[in-house]
Design a protein around this ligand. Structure first.
Ligand code: NCD
Length: 326
């Protein structure tokens, strides 16, 4: 496995995470200054984007970041590639290795897909979302967004709200933000919360047959009651309801969900005037967030997209061991 793989957030050394956030700061000023200015930081490299699951923000930001820094980027999706014909990830990795891409960015529905692929691919592999497993670049861009607002610090209070069971965003964020001392509270309905998280928080019985391991450090906080904690939050991170990952029966109705967990006018009134509202996108409008959210000055959903472009530019340079030339 190449040492500059980013497969999970826990495997990323803290010094590297901090350097990435610093470089994302340089990238965001550079992007804001010059828009589409080109850099030659990654000249002579090639980046393969292998997306076997849908994506807008993640794929496009990686591609644009690569292009702005001078890397040749090539896209493949499962549709139209041999993955659709049943080629295994191992064979795909070995095929792509023969083309000597400098780096592979990949998204796939299996939680262990990036680890598996990286065993067979000799270059850096960046996990751009692996099933219900991890989404480390989302966690980094969310941390960067919080940092831009002075909230990546011990004692900052953040709630991650919604469909926790199916969320790779929640898993990666929980691990990364804890390292910076951010106090994360998980908020979601019991039937959309992994039993280990409820048990770890000392609340709620384990679901029958649950096999997840408890025991996180620092202690987990979980509550099904969003309204009870809203007024004390510095930031609220809404999660998309992942209909495509549900077996059925997890959700009563969308109306019920949005009544309990949706950000609406009433809840906007309960949130502090300087709190942030985040969502990784895409948003199910009217479910996780009502129309009022998008015009609210506390909403940073589009700023997260800008953070994503900057962070992924910094990450490609890290993976390819190149200095940024601006
Ligand atoms: C997330 C993803 O795909 O995991 N979105 C993203 O990367 N911007 C969240 C989601 O789809 O719910």
């Amino acid at each position: 496995m190449h040492p500059r793989c980013l497969l999970s957030i826990t495997a990323l050394p803290q010094a590297d995470a901090e350097q990435l956030l610093l470089n994302a700061g340089r990238c965001v000023s550079w992007i804001q200054r010059g828009g589409q200015l080109k850099s030659s930081s990654l000249r002579g490299t090639s980046t393969l984007l292998l997306f076997a699951e849908n994506s807008t923000r993640t794929r496009v930001s990686f591609e644009l970041a690569g292009k702005l820094l001078g890397s040749d980027t090539i896209n493949i999706s499962s549709k139209g590639s041999s993955i659709e014909k049943g080629e295994s990830l191992r064979d795909t990795a070995m095929t792509l290795a023969a083309m000597h891409f400098s780096c592979v960015v990949m998204r796939h529905e299996a939680a262990d897909s990036a680890e598996h692929f990286a065993r067979w691919y000799p270059g850096p592999v960046l996990n751009a979302g692996a099933g219900r497993g991890e989404h480390p670049t989302q966690a980094l861009l969310d941390a960067f967004t919080l940092q831009r607002h002075g909230l990546l610090r011990p004692g900052a209070k953040l709630a991650i709200v919604g469909d926790l069971t199916h969320s790779r965003v929640a898993r990666s964020n929980l691990a990364l933000l804890a390292r910076f001392g951010v106090e994360v509270t998980l908020v979601g309905p019991p039937n959309l919360t992994p039993s280990a998280w409820r048990v770890g928080a000392g609340l709620g019985p384990p679901a029958p047959g649950a096999s997840e391991k408890a025991g996180q450090d620092p202690p987990l906080r979980w509550t099904p009651d969003l309204d009870s904690i809203l007024p004390e939050l510095d930031a609220v991170m809404l999660l998309r309801v992942q209909h495509e990952r549900m077996a059925g029966g997890e959700m009563s109705t969308q109306d019920e969900y949005s009544k309990l967990y949706g950000m609406n006018r009433r809840r906007l009134g309960m949130l502090r005037s300087d709190a942030l509202i985040m969502h990784p996108g895409p948003v199910n409008r009217g479910v996780e967030a009502g129309e009022d959210v998008f015009s609210d000055p506390r909403c940073v959903i589009n700023e997260q997209v800008e953070s994503g472009l900057a962070l992924r530019a910094a990450l490609l340079a890290w993976a390819l061991e190149r200095e940024l030339d601006f």
